[in-house]
Design a protein around this ligand. Structure first.
Ligand code: TMP
Length: 212
């Protein structure tokens, strides 16, 4: 009998919603419950493509908008063999941002349709669960200033949020909205409950293909 696969769990959300903190806490909780788990994040800035993206985000270089969109997608595709291998080994992957950030951020720029932005990521491993950490802009503002990287302005983040809202209407993806205004433990409890359900279910279902 084939061994049971791990689940692909993604956290998305507006800036300062606490995605990274919650990814780490979820991995720790899964490990403590005896389920193998690892964290990944996109962009993965460690690869050659990731370094081009990182320089762009840090405003050390300029890239044409379509080009950078395709680089973000390529950065996911280059990690697909590693992701599939780990999932097959029974490791649950907790991923900080995925194709949904890719589409939301580029389509918030003028002249880009959601459709065009989704194409390059079509067929990626499909997450078993995508949790959107929802935090209204006023509450996000209380958590401190924006950083200095590209995209870190309130006007752009508002446009990105609207694009996420559109993406969440797609019922082919297992979206769960999490109230990120709760305290860290409250958010974690919600995330852990949803994740344990899909980790158990994913064991017996094949990995899907995103947007296909
Ligand atoms: P982070 O490393 O702090 O999560 O920031 C990455 C930035 O890149 C963030 O502003 C979101 C943006 N982004 C895209 O524009 N496209 C993508 O595909 C991904 C994964 C992130």
């Amino acid at each position: 009998m084939a061994s049971k696969r791990g689940a692909l769990v993604v956290l998305e959300g507006v800036d300062r919603a606490g995605k990274t903190t919650q990814c780490k806490k979820l991995v720790q909780a899964l490990l403590e419950s005896g389920r193998p788990a690892e964290m990944m994040r996109f962009p993965d800035r460690s690869t050659t493509i990731g370094q081009l993206i990182s320089a762009y985000l840090e405003k050390k270089s300029d890239l044409e908008d379509h080009t950078v969109h395709l680089l973000f997608s390529a950065n996911r595709w280059e990690l697909v063999p590693v992701m599939k291998k780990k999932l097959e080994q029974g490791i649950t992957l907790v991923v900080d941002r995925y194709a949904f950030s890719g589409v939301a951020f580029t389509s918030a720029k003028p002249g880009f349709t959601l459709d065009w932005c989704m194409k390059p990521d079509e067929g990626l491993p499909k997450p078993d669960l995508v949790m959107f950490l929802q935090l209204n802009p006023a509450k996000a503002a209380l958590r401190g200033q924006f950083g200095t990287e590209r995209y870190e302005t309130s006007a752009f983040q508002k446009a990105v949020h609207e694009k996420f809202e559109q993406l969440m209407k797609d019922s082919s993806v297992n979206w769960k909205v999490i109230d990120a205004s709760q305290n860290i433990e409250g958010v974690h409890n919600d995330i852990r409950t949803h994740s344990l359900n899909v980790v158990n279910e994913a064991q017996n279902t094949p990995l899907g293909e995103l947007w296909r």
